[in-house]
Ligand binder design. Structure first.
Ligand code: PMP
Length: 402
């Protein structure tokens, strides 16, 4: 019997897994003290635990322990719309479907737009869980460089022409990109919308961090630059602004797509976790979200500055970093002699020294950026960040000496 092999579908070849997600269990298995700058999770003290505890009891009703509406609990949709009406991106009910986090939004986008062999444009580096979703539907990925203004859109026409294909989707993380921390400029957003129209490609606008700007001015969203545009598919989540374990997010799409998305969800998970939706709805109803976000922004500003300060102190000219205006991440590129150090190999040494990060190659499907790494400043206190960067410098010394 042990010889019998299950009849795996061809698409399983494209299920590549996530080094980012696997680091959660890897780090949990360590027995020594580790400063984790690896995962992009909010700090424990950034999660409104007491309020959630208080609300949790009343979220457990018969009505919330049964199946809910596939498009999302009406109560959450109402509270979300109310909240968004106070931001630069108000929206309407006919555009919204509640999802199991941003990842399900990305899965739904790819399910709708990606057939095997389709060309999907991604940023390089990128959030590889997102590109892995496109891969899982058989996409051909085209990596496009990122600079301090986000994806280098100017290079796109030439890069696409070389593939001999017309893209069906463009996956972008426009604000405080994961992992580079950079923000796509308004000019590039406008050009990307033009190109999307030229190609008939959808823009998968994945923006978990947009509400976490702690410096500078907002850049207009794709939707505000091109209202009622069926080619803009926006993916949002409460993971970074409330708590990732809730698994609650939403998509904001052209109304013509809403029923298809509901159909896709009905073939997938019926509805999003109902008690979790009620927790979020009640949190927003109580009016705490604005204050909560303001607290996160000032906390993350302090932590980003602390991380830049510690990097200056312990690493100086040995690295160059991005300097994001929001979000969770800094992208660190090794300089000079240290460029020869593989960050993939450095990871092991760093773990032994008691610090974890995500090596650059894990953040591009092509495995580029072996001289770079991603660090998250959001989940540790300034003191822990300082200790983590000190350990990183020690690991780099050890690696350089080997
Ligand atoms: N997109 C990006 C760019 C992210 O950084 C993340 C989370 N790390 C997600 C999507 C996934 O969000 P969620 O946890 O809500 O599924």
């Amino acid at each position: 019997m042990s010889q019998v092999r299950p009849p795996l579908a061809a698409r399983t070849d494209n299920l590549v897994g996530s080094i980012i997600d696997s680091s959660t269990s890897l780090l949990a298995a360590q027995t020594h003290d580790i400063v984790s700058l690896a995962m992009g999770a909010p700090a424990d003290d950034a999660v409104p635990l007491e309020t959630f505890r208080e609300i949790a009891g009343s979220s457990m009703e018969h009505s919330t322990l049964t199946y809910g509406a596939s498009e999302g609990e009406p109560r959450l949709v109402r509270e979300l719309l109310n909240y968004l009406s106070t931001t630069a991106d108000p929206t309407s009910e006919d555009r919204i479907v509640i999802t199991a986090g941003g990842m399900q939004g990305l899965d739904l986008a790819c399910k709708l737009f990606v057939d095997p062999g389709d060309l999907v444009i991604i940023e390089s580096p990128t959030y590889t869980n997102g590109s892995a979703t496109a891969l899982s539907y058989g996409a051909d990925l085209l990596e496009v460089p990122v600079d301090t203004d986000g994806m280098v859109v100017e290079q796109l026409p030439d890069l696409v022409a070389k593939t001999g294909k017309t893209p069906t989707a463009i996956y972008t993380i426009p604000n405080f990109q994961n992992p580079s921390g950079t923000t796509l400029s308004e000019e590039r957003r406008r050009r990307l919308i033009e190109l999307a129209h030229e190609w008939g490609a959808v823009i998968i606008d994945d923006d978990p961090y947009g509400l976490l700007r702690f410096a500078g001015d907002d850049v207009p969203s794709f939707r505000s630059l091109s209202p009622n545009d069926p080619l803009i598919f926006s993916v949002r989540t409460f993971s970074k602004i409330l708590a990732p374990g809730l698994r609650v997010g939403w998509v904001d799409v052209d109304p013509s797509l809403k029923q298809l998305i509901i159909n896709a969800k009905q073939a997938m998970d019926t509805c999003t976790n109902v008690p979790a939706q009620h927790l979020v709805a009640e949190f927003i109803r109580r009016g705490g979200l604005d204050e909560h976000l303001a607290g996160l922004r000032s906390g993350y500003r302090e932590r980003k500055n602390a991380m830049i300060g510690s990097i200056d102190k312990y690493l100086g000219d040995r690295v160059r970093t991005t300097d994001p205006d929001g979000g969770f991440f800094l992208w660190v590129t090794l300089q000079g002699d240290d460029k020869a150090t593989s960050t993939q190999k450095l990871f092991e040494t760093a773990l032994a020294e008691g610090v974890a990060f995500i090596p650059g190659p894990a953040l591009s499907p092509g495995g580029y950026f072996d001289d770079a790494l991603r660090v998250c400043f959001a989940s540790s206190t300034p003191e822990r960040i300082d200790e983590g960067v000190k350990r990183l410098a020690a690991a780099l010394d050890r690696a350089a000496g080997e």
